[in-house]
Design a protein around this ligand. Structure first.
Ligand code: ADE
Length: 257
């Protein structure tokens, strides 16, 4: 996958050299180019923002540098790309979106700052290439850079070959619509706390059922919205019996099974 990031703070993206993303880049699975938006400014102050039309607090990013940057990065001969714009008004990011983005050959991220980017940049881009405005959640951060880091961590680990052990993709939180249950490692006792006996039993059938139960109980208590959103048939009779015995209300369709 090829990734371009346009930002006024290229240094914010330095962590992309580290850890598993850095390794994926060195292995040739991922290529990342970070571009300073000010490269596409032409005035002495290298201006990228201005006051909002209609008044109000803060500054808005001017369209000209963004237009020039996106023209250059999407010029004929360059691989086709999807533009991803992190913004608190975007579609909510989740594992399913990470999976869709991981299947794209090329992503261009446009990092907004201040009150955001002039809307005409997004509208103009959308006439030429697919655009996704994406929000990490219902909160506001200073700009898109940290969102890009989070999105790229979620996306690149889904690219085949990036994770050493692809099995960890199967058993992790959100891969099957549930939160993962608790995990333990050595030592078996620590400060008087025991690793659950069943995990040391070697009985893989019972361990799998225990893990499923823990995932169900944790999800029902912390994220009832995820249980309610499971497709019909995702909970079997044992799942339903467990949740009902633990006092959770289930969606009507599941109880009727
Ligand atoms: N930029 C500012 N806030 C954001 C959010 N919640 N998600 C993505 N990008 C943002």
């Amino acid at each position: 996958m090829q990734v371009d990031v346009v930002t006024i703070f290229p240094d914010y993206l330095a962590p992309l050299d580290l850890s598993l993303i850095g390794r994926a880049r060195r292995a040739g699975l991922l290529s990342v180019e970070v571009h300073d938006l000010r490269r596409w400014t032409h005035d002495v102050h290298r201006t990228v923002d201005d006051t909002p039309y209609g008044g109000g607090a803060g500054m808005v990013m001017r369209p000209e540098p963004w237009g020039a940057a996106l023209d250059e990065l999407t010029a004929a001969g360059r691989p086709p790309a999807r533009l991803v714009v992190p913004t608190p008004v975007g579609e909510r990011f989740d594992q399913a979106m990470a999976q869709r983005l991981a299947a794209e050959p090329r992503l261009i991220f446009a990092c907004g700052r201040y009150e955001g980017i002039d809307q005409r940049v997004i509208d103009e881009a959308a006439a030429a290439l697919p655009v996704t405005e994406v929000s990490l959640g219902d909160f506001v951060i200073f700009g898109g850079e940290v969102a890009v880091l989070a999105i790229l961590e979620a996306v690149t680990r889904l690219i085949p070959g990036v994770l050493g052990n692809a099995g960890s993709l199967v058993e992790e939180s959100h891969s099957d619509g549930l939160l993962e249950g608790p995990v333990y490692t050595k030592p078996p006792q620590w400060r008087g706390r025991e690793v659950p006996e069943i995990l040391r039993s070697g009985d893989h059938g019972r361990i799998a059922r225990w893990r499923r139960d823990q995932a169900l109980l944790r999800t029902a208590s912390r994220r009832p919205d995820l249980i309610a959103g499971l497709p019909a048939g995702k909970l079997d009779k044992k799942d339903i019996a467990l949740l009902v015995a633990a006092g959770f209300q289930l969606p009507a369709g599941d109880v009727a099974e």
